[in-house]
Design a protein around this ligand. Sequence first.
Ligand SMILES: [Zn+2]
Ligand SMILES: [Zn+2]
Length: 345
Amino acid sequence: MKALVYHGPEKKSWEEKPKPTIVLPTDAVVRITKTTICGTDLHIMKGDVPTVTNGRILGHEGVGIIEETGTSVVNFKKGDHVLISCITSCGNCSYCKKAMYSHCEKGGWILGNTIDGTQAEFVRIPFADNSLYPIPAGSDENALVMLSDILPTGFECGVLNGKVKPGDTIAIIGAGPIGLAVLLTAQFYTPSEIIVVDQDENRLAVAKAFGATYTINSAESDVFAKVLGFTNGKGVDVAVEAVGIPATFEMCEAIVTAGGHIANIGVHGKSVNLHMETLWSKNITITTRLVDTVSTPMLFKIVQAKKLDATKLITHQFKLDEIIKAYDTFEHAATEKALKVILTA
Ligand SMILES: [Zn+2]
Ligand SMILES: [Zn+2]
């Protein structure tokens, strides 16, 4: 089969690899019908994720058709249409028992990381019963690809951890696909104001179209002053960090109001300054999280009911064997006006 293979920083190729087989009785092999590229894959290509080694097939999102199941898989059979979760979970370990699937002792984020992933014609999914979701007939596959990772990540790490409540003021720092997923899912709770901050005018325009009350271009204006201006000098109840650099985390520290929440989503490669000299008395909560995908069944129902149009996040379509071109487009998101790209086998 063909697959997108990582060969060290900045090196990848679309090449022939052996078709995966059942290794453990809890496995399934899935024929990929649609997959996508994540911002995390770009971090991997820069060499930021040392657990990904030479020869690894990338990708942790997608939908497909079950090709083969191990003898102990009970929920799925050959021919079933399935959504692949970016998080693999055994369902039995101490973390899975707490619904913290991201830290499953035998799984977690392993696809396209420590085991071969979904940017291929076929993928082996361990613990298939817990790590796949059935897709009803007639569903829009493109929309469901957004449920593998970005919608549950935005919702769990940003909205749930940020404790968004009706009437809250929210700032989302970073209007990439994850920041926009926060913007879409925060609206379940009817916040009074959502401020979106980015340096890319196109993404800010998209944010406005997706329901942002205000947008701020941080390359051109003083974010702190603008946020205070929009919030009667108070700052926001919830500041969501969706970039992963020190400057944007510190921006959240500066704009959060007393009693507020800072919800980190960004993948950080460097330490950040925690300004305890100003925060010690402010009753704030800071959260971090790797998505657990506990909200996937709920989000699945909302997307199926068309209460949330996940396809709004998709800007480009490619064939699976055009994946090198798709990476190029996604890497140049600002000039290409790219959000999520869909690859169809
Ligand atoms: Zn991802
Ligand atoms: Zn587990």
